[in-house]
Design a binder for this molecule. Structure first.
Ligand SMILES: *Cc1c(COP(=O)(O)O)cnc(C)c1O
Length: 242
């Protein structure tokens, strides 16, 4: 089995409870997911709709499934019944379709808006002006079955750490502008602090989410203010192309 459980335990310790680790299991078999599940991991990320639907059927129902890939509107219906968080929302049209499918399933679907921060044109996401526009539209409150929790971004594919850092800081700036934390202070009672620890930040709906950082740059991302990282190859081993 290719799962690196030592690496997993080490990352968990590093993160404490302030950063949610999404284990990115795309292309990896359900046995590998189960291995991390048995160690307590509950947040898993997938990129492909059909693969996610198949795995979801085979694995425990308390897994929080994150869709982190590029989502086509016509496929939202397949994941709408169970998906926990959709990271890569990159058009208003897609958001409207998620709203429609969430309503049909009598649920609220949590989403992140993807921001284009990388140099590569092949990556998806809003630019700053488009993000401003969509935040204006969202303020009107017409989407009742979608909860936009925060932002997601992918840095450029480069070894240049300073460049990656610049992109992360830029995204954190937008995040702070549009998703100021509702609970900046420390919890006041022990009960509060315990519930904050167990729920922070993935499943506490009042806390905004900034999803940035992958295997190669998660430490840098956290230093730049990320509270959700998406880590695949460090945990599951390298992927061959699908
Ligand atoms: C594959 C993928 C990851 C994980 O990448 P690793 O480098 O294997 O950690 C994270 N985010 C997205 C959007 C991905 O597609």
């Amino acid at each position: 089995m290719a799962v690196n459980t030592e690496q997993y335990q080490q990352i968990r310790q590093e993160l404490g409870s302030e950063v949610t680790l999404v284990a990115v299991s795309k292309i990896k078999p359900v046995e590998d997911i189960k291995a991390l599940y048995d160690l307590g991991q509950r947040d898993f990320g997938e990129n492909y709709v059909q693969e996610l639907v198949e795995k979801q059927l085979l694995l425990p129902s308390d897994i929080r499934w994150h869709f982190i890939g590029h989502l086509q509107s016509n496929k939202v219906k397949y994941i709408a019944p169970f998906v926990h968080l959709i990271h890569g929302v990159d058009s208003y049209k897609l958001l409207l379709e998620i709203e429609k499918q969430a309503a049909k399933n009598l649920r609220t679907i949590q989403c992140l808006l993807q921001v284009h921060i990388a140099r590569e044109e092949t990556k998806f996401g809003f630019n700053a002006a488009e993000l401003a526009d969509i935040m204006e539209i969202l303020k009107k409150g017409q989407l009742q079955h979608v909860q936009v929790r925060g932002l997601m971004g992918m840095a450029s594919f480069t070894e240049d750490e300073q460049h990656i850092q610049k992109e992360f800081i830029y995204l954190k700036g937008l995040f702070d502008e549009y998703f100021p934390s509702l609970h900046p202070g420390l919890p006041t009672s022990v009960a509060d602090s315990q519930s904050l620890v167990s729920e922070y930040p993935s499943s506490n709906p009042s806390l905004p989410v900034l999803s940035m950082g992958m295997s190669s740059d998660y430490r840098l991302a956290i230093a730049c203010g990320s509270n959700m990282i998406r880590v695949g190859s460090l945990l599951f081993g390298a992927r061959s192309k699908p």
